[in-house]
Design a protein around this ligand. Structure first.
Ligand SMILES: [Zn+2]
Length: 371
């Protein structure tokens, strides 16, 4: 954070470039200034960026949720539409953010440690299930059991509680007196096409990893067999929205960058799950507007991304005049171009802002506890 211009202003300028906004004062009310710790920033202040998303499957997609079904289907208007839960996107998004932070840390360790005020090695990772275990198809029952204990528990153990990933997406403090809630919230991502047009069932040969056979021990857990999977067809379009609340400009830029570079979601990621993220619109408001379902009703049965983009853009431009509505065929190339050439500075500033956000929360908690 250099003396000539604050991290806040620099970040706003980059966001203005991405959105093609000429006046950064138009953006100011919607982002947190975390240049200094300030307990006023510990609580939500109605600064919301609504990011409208189109996720396109680039190959066949395995999307498993708890409950055993291969694909979750929403029953809407006499038809079933596949859905992706926000949780699925978020875990891939968090992993991408962590990869970026680690990559940066390897080169700029001293700078980051200075911001942390620590000299030890920074580590932060998502531990998917307590007690470890390899993430394979055969472990899906374990996954279900572990998950049923509560989804917050999924993340306890590996998270550092100090990095931008933790401060943006939230974490639970094991022995502490507060939890950091995610400042990114989403709901559901709906397929624009019903299941009879977007799902295909395939049979696979599951090979037992120990014996390299497809033998199934009787009565035991499934270790190998032919199995059937329902897959999302390549080219299927999902639409949805995330609300990004009270982030600083640098935290916002880092989140957008990792979002557009999230290329795989769902189970069996090595073989399936490639997606493309398109951002047709961003609205800045005092509150959350629209939803995955709302957008879905505007683009239902459309099977062409250009048409979907156009429908979302015109719906938002016409109906949310109280917000700043920014539309584009896709903000992704802008996001990549602007952020790539400022990557180090953005990540360093995100570390500084997240550290100040943590200090802001601690100030707030302490102020509340003192008589
Ligand atoms: Zn962390």
């Amino acid at each position: 954070m250099s003396a000539d211009s604050s991290s806040f202003e620099k970040g706003l300028n980059l966001i203005a470039n991405i959105l093609n906004e000429r006046n950064i004062n138009e953006l100011k009310p919607y982002f947190a200034n975390l240049d200094q710790p300030n307990q006023e920033n510990a609580v939500p202040r109605g600064r919301v960026a609504n990011i409208f998303l189109i996720l396109v499957s680039e190959g066949e997609l395995v999307i498993r949720h708890e409950g055993g079904e291969d694909i979750s289907i929403a029953r809407l208007m006499d038809n079933g539409y596949p859905i992706i839960l926000h949780e699925k996107l978020v875990s891939a998004w968090r992993r991408e953010t962590l990869e970026m932070l680690r990559h940066h840390y390897d080169t700029y360790k001293d700078n980051v440690n200075k911001i942390r005020g620590k000299n030890d090695e920074w580590h932060c990772y998502l531990r998917p299930f307590q007690g470890g275990g390899k993430r394979t198809e055969q472990k899906s029952d374990v996954e279900k059991q572990e998950k049923s204990k509560g989804k917050n528990e999924e993340y306890i153990g590996g998270l550092c509680g100090e990095c931008p990933n933790c401060m943006i997406f939230g974490y639970a403090v094991k022995d502490g007196n507060y939890n950091v809630k995610s400042r990114i919230e989403g709901d559901l991502y709906f397929s624009t096409l019903p299941e009879n047009k977007s799902v295909v069932v395939r049979t696979f040969n599951a090979v037992d990893e120990t014996t390299h056979t497809t033998y199934i021990p009787t009565g035991g857990e499934r270790t190998g067999a032919l199995f059937r999977l329902s897959l999302i067809k390549a080219g299927t379009i999902f639409v949805g929205k995330v609300a990004i609340k009270d982030l600083s400009p640098a935290e916002f830029l880092l989140s957008l960058y990792s979002l557009v570079n999230t290329t795989r979601i769902g189970g069996v990621k090595s073989d399936f799950g490639k997606i493309k993220v398109i951002i047709p619109a961003i609205t800045l408001c005092e509150h959350e507007v629209s939803s995955g379902y709302d957008i879905f009703t505007k683009v239902k049965d459309k099977n062409d991304t250009t048409e979907v983009v156009r429908a979302i853009n015109s719906y938002l431009s016409e109906n949310f005049k109280n917000c700043k509505v920014y539309t584009n065929t896709d903000f992704t190339p802008n996001i990549n171009n602007v952020i790539k050439s400022n990557e180090n500075e953005i990540i360093i500033n995100a570390w500084g802002d997240s550290t100040n956000f943590k200090k802001s929360i601690e100030k707030f908690v302490n102020a509340k506890q003192s008589p």
